[in-house]
Ligand binder design. Sequence first.
Ligand code: SAM
Length: 304
Amino acid sequence: MFSYRHAFHAGNHADVLKHTTLLATLRHLMQKEAGITLVDTHAGAGLYRLDGDYAEKGGEAADGIVKLMAALRAAGQEPLPSTPALDDYLDLIASFNPDDQLRVYPGSPFVMQSLMRTESRDRLKLFELHPTDSRTLTANVAQLNAGRQVSVQLQDGFESLKPMLPPPPSTSGSKRALVLIDPSYEIKSDYAKVSACIQECLKRFPTGCYLVWYPIIPRAEAHDLPRRLKTLSNQAGRPWLHATLNIGQRDLSLNERPGLSASGMFVINPPHTLKAELQATLPRVLDALGRGRGKAQSVEAGGR
Ligand code: SAM
């Protein structure tokens, strides 16, 4: 079975990029009255303790949300400049930590759920294949008392997504969906699965909003993935946005393992506001999280 557990990585720089992008995208989509189907194909456990064993062992939030929050929000010091998208994200994280101590990090299911409209217009479908994380997610979701609005299934997210598209029409008749595809890429075949899945999604429901996270690592498949996604979007005549964040290398004099320093988000059919929001926001994130050689960010859009 899988060895990947998101609890080791929760709140790291990759989650900062992923969840800031997800929240800004959703915030825009929720301005429309019509209900929307939200899908998280690789949902994880939903909530993570930043003071638990896993997070402390991984220590990745220290170079992510913990550092970001300290740089932008710490009392008694001049904070770094923020942006509305970054404030929105930090407010969300703060809402899970009411006593100002950063102990809990909300994963993508809770980022999505935080913007759902309660009058049951919206639906959230969560897929998680790891039995332990699926159980934890089910228990975390149960606390929401969201009834049938939110479902958790111990199923393959790639396979389960296809029959869900196009989504059912909302009461106003429009079909709307946002899909987050966020595999662990623990298995090399995940890269090809993401491309094949997006190709199928664009056939079944070309107007859906699709967000794909991927790691930037020295591996041909990782390098090719955003190129493949651009080609697929262009072939389908759909607009896209590609954002990357590289926090740069850490000082390795301490004999530490280098770890992941960069990742990307590819968004198909992004809101027209997203490019400007990320262009303003990612430099601020880099000011707070940038470490050393290689630090960079980029936002590129095309297909319009
Ligand atoms: N999306 C989560 C977030 O942002 O909070 C993090 C998800 S983590 C990167 C990837 C998750 O996918 C892991 O929990 C892993 O167990 C799960 N997983 C791996 N293969 C899967 C599959 N085929 N279908 C559903 N879940 C899968």
